[in-house]
Design a protein around this ligand. Structure first.
Ligand code: PEP
Ligand code: MN
Length: 339
């Protein structure tokens, strides 16, 4: 349920109202705008008398939120969320970010070299997998803890914040110096993992599951937010369809749909969406035009020799070329890079 307050709602009246909801066992979410304040209620609101609430002169309206996701719902928080990653990097609400780096961290030389290259081209965050969810148990599984250490060295060398995937909740303590925790497509509905990262205060990059609806995806975001962590970034990475010429099918329409339904930032991963390096640039440009808040792109120093996802990886020269183009388009859309 949301309570829309008008300008007669003083700080004292707002506090009194919020306290009364808490006393009835409800959780509140207050969103203050310049003209109206919205109080979102989470919990069993059936006990509340809507007419009674509406009778207060500082209450404009009371509406039930029918969607099952509450904290992620734009009705609860009409303005776009801005997710602060570091003092220098913020995601969402007109600030565009490009997260780039290899699918997997392979060697010190590789990750530091790629980090320096993508930074020069304008990437604002570095990605690299240490724990990799691979379809085959015989494929390279990532360097694990050693990969995390190398990523942290690349962070030290370049100053770029790092994004990496957490697959197992037992490993969360190893992620203390990671800036953004990725929850991969295959774990989008790993509810125990979602609850665990809900206890963290770090931004969570939540990738869409291979065959999940937007509502299921937002319910997964809700799991994290319900745990107290509202720093969720959604990442569309392609969904399963009947089409086999691309690895997945990029759901561009998810961007405007999510913008309508939620206040959370939306980024696009054209690399996993297509599996084809030559298709990354056209889809990245499309994502900018469709109002995405950022991109996540796989970049490898030597894609044919990559231990994971080489076919969809750009080399640093291709990435640089794309970035010069993307920067112009982001500016055209009236957005800024990184900060
Ligand atoms: C990745 O980002 O390298 C990855 C494994 O992505 P996804 O979970 O989207 O397949
Ligand atoms: Mn990958």
């Amino acid at each position: 349920m949301i309570i829309i307050l008008n300008q007669k709602a003083t700080e004292a009246k707002l506090n009194e109202l919020v306290q009364s909801f808490h006393a009835q066992g409800l959780d509140t979410h207050v969103s203050q705008g310049s003209h109206t304040t919205i109080v979102g209620l989470i919990g069993d609101t059936t006990v509340l008398d809507i007419d009674n609430l509406k009778s207060a002169d500082f209450v404009d309206d009371v509406k039930r939120v029918s969607e099952p996701y509450k904290k992620a719902n734009r009705k609860m928080h009409p303005n776009d969320s801005m997710i602060k990653v570091t003092d220098d990097v913020t995601i969402g609400s007109g600030i565009f970010n490009v997260i780039a780096g290899p699918c997997s961290v392979e060697t010190e030389e590789q990750i530091i070299g790629v980090a320096e290259d993508v930074k020069k081209s304008g990437a604002t965050l570095l990605r690299g997998g240490a724990f990799k969810p691979r379809t085959s148990p015989y494929s390279f599984q990532g360097l694990g803890g050693d990969g995390l250490k190398l990523l942290l060295e690349a962070k030290k060398a370049t100053g770029l914040p790092i994004v990496t995937e957490l697959m197992n909740l037992d490993n969360i303590d190893m992620f203390a110096d990671v800036d953004v925790i990725q929850i991969g497509a295959r774990n989008m509905q790993n509810f125990d993992l979602l609850k665990e990262v809900g206890k963290s205060s770090k931004p969570i990059l939540l990738k869409r599951g291979l065959a999940n609806t937007i509502e299921e995806w937002l319910m997964s975001a809700e799991y994290i937010m319900a745990g107290g962590n509202e720093n969720v970034i959604l990442c569309e990475r392609g969904i399963r369809t009947f089409e086999t010429s691309t690895r997945n099918t990029l759901d561009i329409s998810a961007i405007p749909m999510l913008k309508k339904l939620t206040h959370l930032p939306v980024i696009i991963d054209p690399s996993h969406a297509t599996g084809l390096s030559w298709m990354v640039a056209p889809l990245a440009k499309t994502a900018v035009a469709a109002d995405a808040d950022g991109l996540m792109i796989e970049v490898h120093n030597d894609p044919p020799k990559a231990l994971c996802d080489g076919a969809q990886s750009l080399n640093p020269v291709q990435f640089d070329e794309l970035m010069q183009d993307i920067k112009r388009r982001v500016e055209f859309e009236g957005k800024r890079f990184g900060k």
